[in-house]
Design a protein around this ligand. Structure first.
Ligand code: FNR
Length: 185
């Protein structure tokens, strides 16, 4: 088994809690899963006029998505929605029409924020977009984490036992979900 996961972190911030969460999840997965972070900060704002002559970053993004067997979205909530940088990446790799790079790839959606509802609204907005993009997304369990000091470090260590157990349960369900689709293909 050799499963490549394209990881989308919805924050560009150097100290991003969501990036830490993405690293922590990767450490809880089997070694046969490789997590590759997709750079989304350098993708030009999507412009349909460029579909005929796409920017290099669009071609690179589409290739990274297409060469992965699965997707992982780890996103903050910005003003009760998904960050624009993430929506831009989704729009870009979904085009040109008929060449949606995401179609059929199994996905997981999680997030962490400083707010008490832990990215719930952003995640559900993202789920709407993924449904349209024909991305089968793990429904349960859900991960709505609230950040607290000392929870996660930038090496992906989780310092609270109950959080680590909870996230291990999520990773186990995600791995099983992805395997269903990879086995079928
Ligand atoms: C936020 N934050 C935030 N938090 C939340 O729970 N719900 C929200 O709607 C918002 N809105 C929001 C908008 C903008 C523009 C910013 C910059 C921030 C706070 C957010 O949870 C916090 O900044 C996190 O640290 C962002 O995640 P990263 O960058 O640490 O991954």
């Amino acid at each position: 088994e050799n499963i490549r996961v394209a990881v989308f972190v919805g924050s560009l911030r150097a100290e991003s809690y969501n990036r830490r969460l993405a690293l922590a999840l990767a450490r809880l997965a089997p070694e046969t899963f490789t997590f590759e972070h997709v750079a989304i900060g350098d993708i030009p704002l999507y412009n349909q006029d460029r579909d005929v002559n796409p920017p290099e970053a669009m071609t690179r993004l589409k290739h990274e998505v297409e060469s992965a067997q699965a997707l992982l979205f780890v996103t903050p909530e910005y003003n009760r929605g998904i960050p624009g940088v993430l929506k831009n990446a989704l729009d870009t790799a979904s085009r040109p029409w008929g060449k949606n790079s995401f179609a059929g790839k199994p996905a997981g959606v999680v997030g962490i924020s400083v707010g008490a509802i832990g990215t719930a609204l952003a995640q559900h907005q993202l789920r709407n977009v993924l449904a349209y993009l024909d991305v089968p997304t793990l429904g349960q369990p859900e991960v709505y984490l609230q950040f607290s000091e000392g929870l996660l470090d930038d090496a992906g260590n989780i310092y609270k036992d109950d959080t680590r157990r909870f996230l291990q349960g999520w990773v186990d369900a995600y791995v099983a979900w992805v395997r269903r689709f990879v086995a079928a293909s």
